[in-house]
Design a protein around this ligand. Structure first.
Ligand SMILES: NC(=O)c1ccc[n+]([C@@H]2O[C@H](COP(=O)([O-])OP(=O)(O)OC[C@H]3O[C@@H](n4cnc5c(N)ncnc54)[C@H](OP(=O)(O)O)[C@@H]3O)[C@@H](O)[C@H]2O)c1
Ligand SMILES: *[C@@H]1O[C@H](CO)[C@@H](O)[C@H](O)[C@H]1NC(C)=O
Ligand SMILES: *[C@@H]1O[C@H](CO)[C@@H](O)[C@H](O)[C@H]1NC(C)=O
Ligand SMILES: *[C@@H]1O[C@H](CO)[C@@H](O)[C@H](O)[C@H]1NC(C)=O
Length: 264
């Protein structure tokens, strides 16, 4: 009997989850022409970021890919898939504030505008934009997009563990920070008509699972079931804590003023 109930609950949760995915997730079918627009995608050489780059480039957008590793064949590969030659690759190590600042300066000096900023890159450090870098977005009434994660559900972010979470919670905390950052940017840049949003890509088979010591995989499954439970118990409310977001923002501002050689 107990087994039967468990099986029914499992089956029901799978059906409900599938329904949720079908109703709320879809691939981007937009064919809005992006000729004349410029986008910057961090972590654009692999995984989700790469797919975003292909989509933007195929719609005529100039795309700047910002990554740590340089793949000399990337331009060629993108050309084969999109026919676009308007893609440039630049180096940035988002784990180094020195590198981020140098990169932001290079972009501000070389680009006339920035319409779309996709803060998508990797793991361990949240993407950061310096004040300098925001000028271009303001000028272009741009859009900012943060790639957060389902795993943000498992955060236990506090002001004290903002810089280093415990092993298990660091990733989840950084993903909650993505949401908070998107939200705060959205408020702060409203008057410049800059929109800022975050999204979670569900679970996508990319190299991130190979590079993250199995932890993300375990957490993904755990988070998946937590989410299922959330829906089942109708607990999917969003508790928005403005004070907490502002406190995290302020603490982050202090954090990014660390010595440039300091890495997190
Ligand atoms: N896959 C999923 O199921 C899933 C679920 C939820 C959220 N996400 C989020 O989606 C985003 C993309 O993940 P993915 O799955 O596409 O991962 P991925 O295939 O491993 O790609 C990660 C990208 O981030 C870049 N990157 C990592 N560390 C960097 C650094 N220090 N400086 C500059 N670039 C760096 C990598 O560039 P290099 O190759 O140059 O290092 C790579 O292009 C991440 O923010 C991740 O948290 C993924
Ligand atoms: C690229 O251009 C060629 C020649 O015009 C065309 O045959 C091909 O379908 C295009 N490929 C893509 C991915 O748009
Ligand atoms: C966060 O979670 C971890 C493990 O899940 C736990 O050890 C830690 O005490 C929690 N709280 C803080 C503030 O890190
Ligand atoms: C923002 O958009 C509104 C409505 O389109 C426009 O009136 C306003 O001038 C814009 N502001 C800036 C700073 O671009």
């Amino acid at each position: 009997m107990v087994l039967f109930i468990i099986l029914v609950v499992l089956a029901l949760s799978l059906v409900l989850t599938k329904l949720y995915v079908v109703l709320t997730h879809s691939i981007c079918k937009s064919n809005v022409c992006l000729l004349g627009k410029t986008a910057l995608v961090t972590g654009g050489n692999a995984g989700i970021g790469y797919e975003i780059v292909l989509n933007l480039a195929s719609r005529g957008c100039r795309v700047i890919i910002a990554d740590k590793e340089h793949d000399p064949n990337l331009g060629e590969k993108i050309f084969r898939e999109t026919n676009s030659t308007n893609v440039v690759c630049k180096h940035v190590d988002l784990a180094s504030f020195k590198s981020i600042r140098a990169f932001a300066k290079e972009i501000v000096d070389s680009e006339e505008k920035l319409n779309i900023l996709v803060n998508n890159a990797g793991i361990g450090s949240s993407a950061t934009v310096t004040e300098d870098g925001l000028g271009l977005l303001k000028k272009s009434s741009g859009r900012i997009i943060f790639t957060s994660s389902l795993l943000s559900h498992l955060n236990n972010l506090t002001l004290d563990n903002l810089r280093f979470g415990t092993d298990v919670s660091t990733y989840s905390n950084s993903k909650l920070c993505d949401i908070i950052a998107a939200d705060m940017f959205s408020h702060k840049l409203k008057e410049f008509n800059v929109t800022s949003n975050s999204y979670h890509p569900w679970i996508v088979a990319t190299t991130i699972f190979k590079t993250s010591r199995g932890q993300i995989k375990t957490l993904s499954m755990l988070s998946f079931w937590i989410l299922v439970l959330e829906y089942m118990s109708l607990l999917v409310g969003r508790a928005y804590d403005k004070k907490f977001c502002e406190a995290i923002w302020k603490a982050s501002e202090e954090l990014v003023k660390l010595e440039p050689h300091e890495k997190i």
